[in-house]
Design a protein around this ligand. Sequence first.
Ligand SMILES: Cc1ncc(COP(=O)(O)O)c(C=O)c1O
Length: 385
Amino acid sequence: MKEIYADHAATSYPRPPQVAEAMTNYLQNIGCNPGRGGYRRSLEAARMVYETRVLLADFFHVPQPEQVVFTPSVTYSLNLVLKGVLTSGDHVLISSMEHNAVVRPLTRLAAEQGIQVERLPCNADGTMDPLQVRRALKPNTKLVVLTHASNVTGTLLPVYEVGEILAKTDTLYCIDAAQTAGTEKVDFQDLRCDYLAFTGHKGLLGPPGIGGLCLSERALLATNSLVEGGTGSRSEDENQPQFLPDKFESGTQNAPGIAGLAAGIKIINQVGLTAIKEKKRNLTAAFLDGISGLPGIHIYGTKDPNLTTATVSINMEGIDNGDLSFMLEQGYGIMTRSGLHCAPLAHHTIGSFPVGTLRFSFGWQNTMEEIETMIQALREIIKEH
Ligand SMILES: Cc1ncc(COP(=O)(O)O)c(C=O)c1O
């Protein structure tokens, strides 16, 4: 049976072979620590890291490459922002579609430091009125955190409109681009944000274990480091350097991960973001079209493929979504994710808590033929039950 991978919102698979090749090339042919030595191999590693920073700065339209900080993941980046910025008495706004990478650190900060966390309610299809942000701002609103797109429904949030609203205020603005980087337009300057958190292993086609955070100049001043240590710079000083990117990049870097991420971004640049988006939009539109009206299927989120990433959450009447996911793999080789997808808040919003949903999420590597097989598989399962 042919495998069909439909869990691209979790991680990208299969990755382009160039990603593994770049990682192997680093390990076999470079192999040494970037920024820690004056010999050829170390300099070559430092050059590779710098070139990837430049690639990312161009990709996200960040003014200077130093404003791109490497981290292990978007989860780490978001923790860095939340714990580095917020102090007792601060008010923070989030949407009701956020991932646990935002919700859990904030729950802890609220309990331990009295941070006031306000959740802006999204509509049942996951959409949000950007004016809610303006109405909810208080004098002590230090930060607004929004996911660019929900990992449960794919619904895009109005992050550019909110950026316009916040640009006229002192409130810092953080965007979680986990679900959109590599597919949607993610333009740091047009977003007018202070923090853009991304992860390398989803739409950017890189390996797990590498992510990043783009920061504005005022964000550099407003954010304490989460981890201090060796940076290969100013080693005579026992204080952490306060400049970018060193302030937030202590310890030996994940150079193989960075090499793999660079290869992923180069592929995206070759294929073109517009072509990737168009392909995913067409796949999603065809899937939504094919399953709309099937008896017993409930589709969550917006049905407009222009307002969503390539992620569709459903439930089938009378069948547990975990069982359905199992049947799809056993009977048809289709890999999906069931349950709460680390985003219980989003399920409260769309009305699927506590059972969660069955999530299909597509990559530009999926084909129309695979979409047809998925629709047909659902039809057959409905018939049999
Ligand atoms: C919206 C969103 N935020 C954060 C994360 C966490 O990503 P990572 O595990 O790469 O840190 C995910 C991953 O599913 C996500 O979809």
